[in-house]
Design a protein around this ligand. Structure first.
Ligand code: ZN
Length: 512
């Protein structure tokens, strides 16, 4: 067996040497001026675990090296010092997280460690590392279950330990609206509260993020080199918003925030211009609160049943000379993307936005819209054609490892949706490029993402159980050009899961 350290994701290249870097307490770190923020976060992470960073003179030296690839780093552990180099802050942060894993090995009972709380012995090694894909994402559904900011921050910190660099925040859906929009106060008052279907007077689930909380999450993620990608699902999955503002729907309501799961026919009325005022106010909120480049506008599962019979929608179709109601969604998507472009944002949508694209000028999908692929049970033609047309893609294949709301192990009492399974191996082997794609088409893939939908995940503890360790497998698939060795991954995971324990997470263990 080759000698590799139990790191997840597995670095591109590593060469183990004789001996150890040994220290009592956490040694001092020198950031050479360029990387003060990164080393500050790293020191905070280690002192949160082990107490104050004491050592001086510094023994961990961080330096800039412009020859190292973007987001990559070089880590050298020698007997008397540790050197980290990177071309940019992203790379330095990634290198520090690999080093953090080695320090966290102190909790794993690994052979390298003598006295976990005070004495560290890091094996001498030289690592050169860089990511396979620039988009390494994770999505949390905060509509079907409202997750507290404290949990989201704990999760984001752990994502960064795995070199995940996108947190996709699913903020709105039929079952609850969580985003503040000052011009529409009833979103907070009504759309964020789900009533008990049996006892209407009783609120069953509720929650709403304040602007300050969102800024706190965004800043916390930014310090960990994670971009927060907010999602507001449009024009479908909007029943919660309609419950607050029924005039935005085709029938005018009344509607109530959904307690059922599934796809609902009541969506934004494509014939009513007031929806554009609403969406503009939503996008203004997103622009104010999220400095990142990307906004996800959903676009999935929008039935046209209401549009077919709605006089305003029929009128709109006549004006636009559209033959079928489905084209109204493409027309809306195009408008929404233009509204985001005006605000300096790049739009992302689920793969339904591709359907029947380029069929007329007013419904063609803007070229710079990124598509997130999820309907992996369908013919691959849709996605291959999009890549061939030059569209950028993010791979989140639902039934091929990306959707971790399905159960990982057979456990009739465990959390998670039981009608399908996503095993650890499925997640590890998530296809990010399909064999149907040419080399040129494969270059359109920005990367991949794991998604945790929360219809049946009703607590942070259950979410953690669903996330770990499948997130570790996904992270390796997104990052490691050297991925593809599930047996080796499982061996490393035995050590790595104890690191995750030490950060206070609940995990699923296949052998428990
Ligand atoms: Zn309508």
């Amino acid at each position: 067996m080759e000698s590799v350290l139990a790191l997840v994701p597995r670095p591109l290249k590593q060469e183990c040497a004789e001996g150890f870097f040994e220290c009592d307490g956490i040694p001092g770190i020198s950031g050479d001026g360029s990387f003060a923020e990164e080393t500050g976060v790293f020191s905070g992470q280690l002192s949160a675990r082990y107490g104050a960073v004491s050592g001086s003179p510094p023994q961990i030296m961080c330096a800039k090296d412009g020859a190292i690839p973007a987001e990559g780093y070089r880590l050298r552990v020698a007997a008397n010092r540790i050197d980290l180099a990177a071309a940019d802050g992203d790379g330095m942060y990634n290198g520090l997280q690999t080093l953090r894993q080695l320090f966290l090995s102190g909790d794993t009972g690994d052979v390298f460690v003598k006295n976990p709380q005070t004495h560290f012995a890091i094996p001498c090694v030289e690592i050169e590392d860089a990511p396979r894909f620039p988009w390494r994402g994770f999505m949390l559904d905060c509509s079907r279950h409202f997750y507290q900011v404290s949990f989201i921050k704990k999760l984001i910190d752990a994502l960064s330990l795995h070199h995940i660099n996108r947190f996709h925040w699913h903020l709105t859906d039929d079952q609850g609206w969580r985003l503040p929009v000052p011009e529409y106060p009833l979103l907070a008052e009504k759309a964020s509260k789900r009533r008990n279907p049996y006892r209407q007077e009783e609120i069953y689930d509720e929650g709403f993020y304040t602007e300050d909380e969102i800024r706190e999450v965004v800043a916390f993620a930014a310090a960990r080199h994670i971009t927060v990608v907010p999602e507001v699902d449009l024009p479908g999955h909007t029943v919660a918003a309609l419950a607050a503002y029924p005039e935005l729907g085709c029938t005018g309501g009344p509607y109530q925030v959904e307690y059922r799961h599934g796809v609902f026919e009541d969506i934004l009325c494509a014939g009513n211009d007031r929806i554009f005022d609403f969406v503009a106010a939503v996008f203004d909120s997103l622009s104010r609160l999220f400095p990142g480049k990307y906004v996800h506008i959903g676009g999935d599962e929008a039935p046209t049943a209401r549009w077919e019979t709605c006089p305003k929608c029929r009128q709109r179709m006549t004006e636009l000379k559209l033959n079928e109601p489905r084209q109204l969604q493409r027309w809306l998507t195009r408008r929404f993307v233009q509204m985001l472009t005006e605000r300096g944002k790049t739009a992302i949508g689920w793969d339904e936005v591709l359907e029947g694209m380029n069929d007329s000028e007013c419904t063609a999908l803007p070229d710079d819209m990124i598509v997130m692929y999820w309907r992996s049970w369908m013919d691959k033609k849709l996605i291959v054609d999009a890549a061939a047309a030059g569209r950028s893609l993010i791979m989140t294949p639902c039934d091929q490892g990306a959707y971790i709301n399905f159960r990982q192990v057979e456990d009739p009492d465990g959390p998670g949706a039981a009608y399908r399974s996503t095993t650890l191996q499925n997640s590890y082997e998530i296809p990010l490029v399909y064999p149907e794609m040419t080399e040129e088409q494969a270059k359109r893939v920005l990367g991949g993402q794991g998604n945790l939908w929360a219809e049946v995940i009703n607590s942070a503890m259950n979410a953690e159980y669903m996330i770990f360790p499948r997130l570790c497998a996904l992270a390796e698939a997104f990052w490691s050009p050297a991925a593809g060795d599930f047996a080796g991954f499982k061996r490393r995971l035995q050590v790595h899961q104890r690191r995750i324990d030490s950060l206070g997470f609940v995990q699923c263990r296949e052998d428990s």
